[in-house]
Every structure is written in C-alpha cells, then in structure tokens.
Write a protein that binds this ligand. Structure first.
Ligand code: MG
Length: 163
C-alpha cells in the first residue's frame, strides 16, 4: 500500500532523541542523513556545535554517515566538507538512485542502513522503497520553502492516519 511506503518506522522530535547505540546493536551500520530541516535550518550554511558533536558521536559508535540532500551541490558540499562526511547532492529524493549511491559510499547493505529525515514524501518514501529503516524527525525550522508547507499538511494527514 502507498501509505505504508510513506509511513516512517520510527519518529522522534529531533536527531538528539534517536537512540544511536540501540541502532548499532540492532545491526545498523550506515546512516543516510537529510540536511535541510533535519540537521540545520533551511539554507543555513552552518551546523550547530551540538549537531557536529552528535555526528562525531555516531561515528564513534561505529556508524558510517552520508548526507543525502535535494539541495544544490554547493550548499551540501560546504557543510559536508566542514565535518568530513561523504554526501550526495541534488539527490532527487524519493528516487532510489541517490540512496543506492549513499550505501555504496558507506559500503552498507539496505538491511543495515537507516535514513533520517524530516519529510515523508522524499526521505521516508525513498527509504521505504528500498527497505531501509526510516526515521522521521520534526523539522527544525518553520521558515521553510513555501512549497514544503503544503506538503507538511499532507504529511500530517498520513502520519495520523491509522491502518
Ligand atoms: Mg529536509
């Protein structure tokens, strides 16, 4: 069912609430991470210190990371290079290709890969199509791209729909 493909496997308020150690114990080795509104505000060129520490902690646990963003190469590269995390920009999520590319970069299989993002129609749909563990977080900023706002409305309908 299409709704099952949109529905996240886990939901948290922010990346900081995600139980990274438990993910690792459950066999997760690679983490695909969305940028805008997941790690940072839309088009904010910097990550907070707390976010950088979170990334470092994930790596220390043994998780490989990869940013996958629909934003421009320049935007994504700037952030990725400051924290030395591999990335796929202009990803065209929910298309599968960029997720496959990320797994190739992290050398992980789909059953040991999770995708963390704030959008149902890109991050969750793309991840679920490949059988990844999909984790939805609340978007950081309310000041987002206007087109996204309508999508949020649809997302809310889906998240609160009970099967
Ligand atoms: Mg996002």
């Amino acid at each position: 069912m299409i709704l099952d493909l949109l529905r996240p496997k886990q939901i948290y308020n922010s990346i900081f609430d995600i139980p990274l150690e438990r993910l690792y114990r459950d066999g997760i080795r690679g983490v695909i991470i969305d940028l805008d509104n997941t790690l940072t505000e839309w088009n904010n060129p910097e990550l907070s210190r707390q976010t950088v520490e979170w990334l470092r902690r994930a790596e220390r646990i043994g998780l490989r990371l990869c940013f996958v963003s629909n934003n421009s190469d320049e935007r994504v590269r700037k952030i990725a290079e400051t924290v030395r995390v591999p990335f796929v920009a202009r990803a065209r999520k929910p298309r599968r290709r960029s997720f496959l590319r990320a797994m190739e970069l992290m050398q992980t299989r789909s059953e040991e890969t999770t995708v963390i993002g704030d959008q149902v129609f890109t991050d969750m749909l793309g991840g679920n199509r490949l059988g990844l563990l999909t984790i939805l977080v609340t978007p950081i900023s309310k000041h987002e791209f206007i087109g996204t706002r309508f999508v949020r409305l649809l997302e809310r309908l889906i998240l609160y729909e009970r099967s």
